[in-house]
Design a protein around this ligand. Structure first.
Ligand code: GDP
Length: 351
């Protein structure tokens, strides 16, 4: 059996990676690392928690002793690090913790591997936020690092330290640049899930003829390159299984505004609406229901604006497609539809 240690298994990507590995391979044992927290939420792990080839283990990226112990005991063939302080918006409020987890945490993983299982292959989750105020479009792996948030800066540093370890100690360590990736396991602090959950809540209110609280958003004019996390974990596994370690970009190659995502999310819930906009006053933008009641469905709340914004992200996945043979199966529209349907269902089940 090959042994894979995965961190961040309560989150979206870690859980999708476990599901993928356990669903696809019979000869892989997955060790899913979680932190000790008071009330862990295993909602994302339902499909594999009781799988015979899965085992939960405790550890923390801020605690090198726990990482060293795990690597020493498990002797993993692969170490896939999806654990992170991963929300850009909060990273201004706790920059040191963001660096301790996202940068020092990666260094702690590398040190544990170097000392106790040097042939273990390591993946660390990078981010398109490293490109920040982009210099050219679409962004490929050669794009300069120009982060706009503590989160982006922490991921840039992680990328540098991985390169240093790869070259200094001849380790198989890669840092994939993953553009935005979403799905039904996405946390509600991210805009896509906030929208699809909000749409499901509003749909329920419309059906019951109850008062509607609009979804409150920040900058809906920024553009993102969104894919499905389930497509990306397959790309990550490919990155880990090449002859030599190299960093790759995973992206859809399309960019869309938050506004477009929101319009489509309402459309897939069967709600047709229209935008009202005032030139030069983006905070006055609103989205109304086209029904006779004309309820307000989206309004802007400046509290969701960020101190510095990444206005446009558009990735170039061609190298990953050509060299890794990676392909994206779920389109932008399929992703929105899937998230909306899932959240509509959850609202129904909660009734
Ligand atoms: P990010 O690209 O990793 O920061 O992913 P997010 O989903 O958190 O944010 C994507 C974009 O949506 C950013 O440009 C945000 O400024 C924008 N945005 C607009 N309104 C909101 C909101 O209410 N919540 C979040 N999280 N982002 C918002």
């Amino acid at each position: 059996m090959k042994k894979v240690l995965v961190t961040g298994v309560l989150g979206q990507d870690g859980a999708n990676m476990c599901e993928y590995l356990l669903g696809e391979f019979n000869d892989i044992k997955v060790f899913g690392m979680i932190r000790r927290v008071a009330n862990p939420n295993f909602k994302n792990c339902k499909k594999f928690l009781n799988h015979p080839n899965f085992q939960l283990v405790y550890g923390d990226l801020t605690d090198e002793i726990s990482l060293q112990k795990l690597v020493k005991e498990i002797q993993p063939d692969y170490f896939i690090n999806f654990a992170a302080n991963s929300f850009v918006g909060i990273s201004w409020d706790m920059p040191l913790h963001v660096f301790d987890v996202n940068t020092n945490g990666v260094t702690r993983c590398l040190e544990a591997i170097r000392h106790f299982q040097p042939n273990c292959r390591f993946y660390s989750a990078g981010s398109s936020e490293e490109f920040g105020d982009v210099a050219y479009t679409p962004q490929d792996i050669k794009h300069p690092l120009r982060p706009r948030s503590p989160y982006g800066a922490s991921k840039c540093s992680a990328r540098h330290i991985i390169k240093v370890y790869r070259e200094s100690y001849d380790m198989y360590a890669v840092h994939g640049i993953l553009f935005n990736h979403e799905g039904t396991k996405r946390g509600e602090e991210f805009v896509t899930r906030k929208i699809t959950k909000g749409v499901a809540r509003i749909k329920k209110c419309i059906d019951r003829e109850e008062k509607i609280e609009p979804i409150e958003l920040g900058n809906i004019y920024s553009q993102r390159d969104w894919s499905d996390s389930e497509d990306f974990v397959k790309g990550v596994w490919l990155m880990l299984n090449q002859e030599k370690p190299e960093d790759y970009v995973l992206a859809s190659g399309e960019t869309h505004t938050i506004k477009e995502f929101a319009s489509k999310a309402f459309k897939y819930a069967g709600i047709s609406g229209s935008w009202t906009e005032i030139e030069g006053e983006p905070t006055k933008t609103k989205f109304y229901n086209n029904s006779p009641k004309g309820q307000n469905l989206i309004k802007i709340n400046p509290k969701f604006y960020r101190p510095a914004e990444v206005e446009l992200l558009l990735g170039d996945p061609s190298e990953a497609e050509e060299k890794l043979g990676w392909e994206r199966k779920i389109s932008f529209d399929m992703l929105i539809k899937k998230m909306v349907e899932f959240d509509l269902n959850e609202e129904k089940e909660a009734q």
